[in-house]
Design a protein around this ligand. Structure first.
Ligand SMILES: Cc1cc2nc3c(=O)[nH]c(=O)nc-3n(C[C@H](O)[C@H](O)[C@H](O)COP(=O)(O)O)c2cc1C
Length: 262
């Protein structure tokens, strides 16, 4: 799938077909995409536990909604628990040496010694500070985003779910204390139409991005916008006129009871 179209087609899909299993190889492709994402110092601190709803113990499934995600997790054949292994930064020196050895970082005859004299002690001096939420989470987000696009490329639907239960999930899954649960991600075949009601609104471009200094909006060229509309990266914004009917249909088809928000 072409990148622009893939970015445009992606939606958070909250209504999944509960009865249709997801092939394990499709999940593997998502994980492969996450693994190849860029991580600072090539640390690869993004990790995941894949939970198969029909196989995992009940108490693991029950720990996942937290407090959001109830109906979404109930519908999802797969939930990926993404977490960061903060201990990955303990291998910073090895990872950097690897990058220099393969020619990805640095230049010149003295680059290996320069690494030992500068970056290696600098990273060591940072100690546990680099394990705090920050740069590591940025890396992990890149990996999760790549996995998400891979899911869509394979016809799957997903939604990331924030969790207020991160520590409880960590303990339930038996993850070491050095790990921090970041987000859970439902995966399955969409029960909703691919448009899922239309592309979701975003804050205005100029409000988000500046040029050469804060408060100076990055100028948005309408010709570029038109091009991206032609390429289906920018699509018709939600709500499509028939969305409420679709929601009614989904609620009936999936036997969702009462009123549901999260
Ligand atoms: C890290 C992260 C956490 C999220 N948490 C939730 C959540 O707890 N529940 C939910 O329904 N959607 C959640 N979402 C989905 C966003 O609400 C969604 O991105 C937003 O509604 C825009 O829709 P779109 O993804 O379809 O463009 C989360 C998304 C991200 C990236």
């Amino acid at each position: 799938m072409e990148l622009r179209r893939a970015i445009g087609d992606r939606r958070s899909i909250r209504f999944l077909l509960p009865h249709k299993p997801v092939e394990r190889e499709k999940i593997q492709r998502m994980l492969e995409a996450a693994r190849l994402a860029s991580h600072w110092g090539n640390m690869n601190s993004l990790r995941a536990v894949v939970i198969e709803r029909d196989v995992a113990p009940d108490d693991v499934i029950e720990a996942l909604p937290s407090p959001v995600g109830g109906y979404q997790i109930a519908l999802a054949p797969i939930v990926i628990v993404w977490y960061i292994e903060t201990a990955a930064t303990d291998q910073a020196a090895e990872r950097l040496r690897e990058l220099v050895a393969i020619g990805a970082v640095g230049y010149g005859d003295n680059k290996r010694q320069q690494l030992e004299d500068t970056l290696v002690p600098m990273f060591a001096a940072m100690g546990d500070a680099v394990k705090q939420p920050g740069l590591g989470e940025v890396d992990c987000g890149q990996g999760i985003a790549q996995a998400t696009l891979m899911a869509f490329e394979q016809g799957l639907g997903t939604c990331c779910l924030g969790t207020a239960n991160a520590e409880a999930i960590r303990i339930k899954l038996g993850l070491p204390q050095s790990c921090r649960v970041l987000v859970t991600q439902t995966v399955g075949y969409p029960a909703e139409s691919p448009e899922a009601g239309g592309q979701r609104p975003r804050r205005p471009f100029e409000e988000l991005f500046s040029l050469n200094g804060y408060g100076q909006p990055f100028p948005r060229d309408p010709e570029v916008v038109a091009e991206l509309e032609r390429d289906a990266m920018i699509q018709t914004q939600a709500p499509l006129p028939w969305r409420e009917e679709e929601l009614l249909y989904l609620r009936r088809a999936l036997e969702l009871e009462g009123e549901g928000l999260i």
